[in-house]
Write a protein that binds this ligand. Structure first.
Ligand SMILES: [Zn+2]
Length: 267
């Protein structure tokens, strides 16, 4: 893959990712506001529901992962594949494989995000107890609180679209029936974290994980390996530290290996 091809692939990725980030940020924002309203009604932090976030998360994975898997396939494979869908269609098969490979547990993820919402509300409540603010004041503050705002919604949408899309493309490539290589592609601007700028352009066999370079931000976690950008779990089963995932805008491209005659090598 030439520098120019990598750039073209990343540009296409960036447009796709931004479009979906915007779309789903709106939906996550609505979900967060539903949580605040549920609290306003019940006055009980434990009654804040998980399902509004879960519903959006589930939709995001079902839509974004197969869509990007298709684009990635058209962009990077440019050849036949033996991807087996069986009785399932392409989209369903991608989602099913993600469950198998990554043990994607969206309900658990939504529960963690909801737990965080509860913590934020508990903090605002304890501040109100000190200042003597009324319950109505608390609700008004929560409705415009950064953690229930478009800002958090955007952060969630960004992280989740990157995770879902790259995982979708990855499971497709792993099951394409071809011997594949993968290349990590980072955006080269000032906001890119150092470990991702350093790994940019690294090419590996598809099943080999990327060893993340040490940086100031990740030094305390020891060795970290990731199968693709946005991965939440390391091959050894440990979680990937959030510092490698949150606000990451990297992607991964794939290429089928060819023999000396230029024919694709089947797995
Ligand atoms: Zn990155």
């Amino acid at each position: 893959m030439t520098q120019r091809e990598a750039q073209t692939y990343w540009n296409q990725w960036h447009a796709f990712q931004q479009r979906n980030e915007k779309r789903f940020a709106k939906e996550f924002y609505k979900a967060l506001q539903i949580q605040v309203r549920a609290f306003a009604r019940t006055q009980d932090v434990m009654q804040i529901p998980t399902f509004p976030i879960y519903t959006v998360l589930n939709k995001l994975y079902t839509v974004v992962a197969p869509k990007w898997a298709r684009i990635s396939r058209d962009q990077s494979l440019k050849a036949d594949d033996l991807f087996v869908t069986g009785r399932l269609g392409f989209n369903e098969r991608i989602v099913e494989l993600m469950r198998q490979y990554y043990g994607v547990n969206l309900l658990n993820d939504a529960e963690l995000m909801t737990q965080y919402s509860r913590e934020v509300i508990a903090r605002v409540l304890s501040q109100a107890a000190e200042t003597g603010a009324s319950f109505d004041d608390v609700v008004a503050e929560l409705l415009r609180h950064p953690e229930f705002s478009a800002m958090r919604a955007r952060r969630i949408a960004r992280t989740e679209t990157v995770t879902a899309a790259n995982a979708g493309a990855m499971v497709y490539a792993q099951n394409s029936g071809n011997v594949m290589e993968k290349v990590w592609i980072a955006v080269k601007d000032k906001r890119t974290r150092h470990s991702h700028r350093d790994i940019d352009g690294t090419r590996l066999d598809i099943d080999t994980a990327f060893n993340m370079p040490r940086s100031q931000q990740n030094a305390k976690y020891g060795d970290i390996s990731m199968q693709q950008p946005g991965a939440r779990q390391q091959p050894n089963g440990l979680p990937v530290p959030a510092v490698e995932v949150v606000n990451c805008r990297c992607t991964v491209a794939f290429q089928a290996k060819r023999d000396s005659r230029g024919n694709i090598i089947r797995r």
